[in-house]
Design a protein around this ligand. Structure first.
Ligand code: ZN
Length: 170
């Protein structure tokens, strides 16, 4: 799948999950990481950087730091890990829809795929169009509307971070 599709689909996936527009943008940028890591070695396409477990682990570790309330630093790191983890996971999930699939396990040659898309073919753009239409219809008919059209909602996160900083420094 192309990077444009990855970023677009990841952005709207994050919006659908209820993330605000700035977080969704960060997640969309992170979604190219699995390919970016591999670009140094094209022969290795869709190897370990496309193993779903790495990205899920980042989300779990991020969520752990978030829930533990250790310090303002770990709180901010938790968001960083969750955004990167989600971006990577969305990428892997999208590549899973292509014919080549993604590794089932770390280092495994076995692939997992639900092959409905051929990269850079009409099927990719049809999928993109369907996904965008679905997202648009869903987001304009749900509470998530607040989060996508009123970016000030993202201030909730900032306020949370500032509150935490105050608590820590107090
Ligand atoms: Zn990829």
């Amino acid at each position: 799948m192309t990077w444009v599709s990855h970023k677009t689909i990841s952005f709207f996936s994050a919006c659908l999950l209820g993330f605000d527009i700035i977080s969704s943008f960060a997640i969309a940028l992170s979604s190219i990481l699995p390919d970016a890591i591999e670009n140094n070695n094209l022969k290795k396409h869709r190897k370990n950087s496309h193993f779903w477990g790495i990205w899920i682990s980042l989300i779990v570790v991020g969520y752990y730091f978030y829930s533990q309330n250790i310090s303002a630093l770990t709180y901010n790191i938790s968001f960083f890990l969750i955004y990167i983890g989600l971006g990577g996971f969305f990428h892997v999930a999208q590549d899973m829809l292509t014919i080549s699939g993604v590794p089932l396990f770390w280092g495994s040659k076995r692939k997992i795929a639900i092959p409905i898309i051929k990269t850079k073919s009409i099927s990719e753009y049809v999928f993109l169009l369907f996904f965008l239409t679905f997202s648009f219809l869903y987001l304009t008919n749900s509470l998530a509307l607040n989060q996508i059209y009123l970016p000030h909602i993202s201030n909730v996160y900032l306020t949370e971070i500032i509150l935490k900083l105050k608590l820590v420094s107090a």
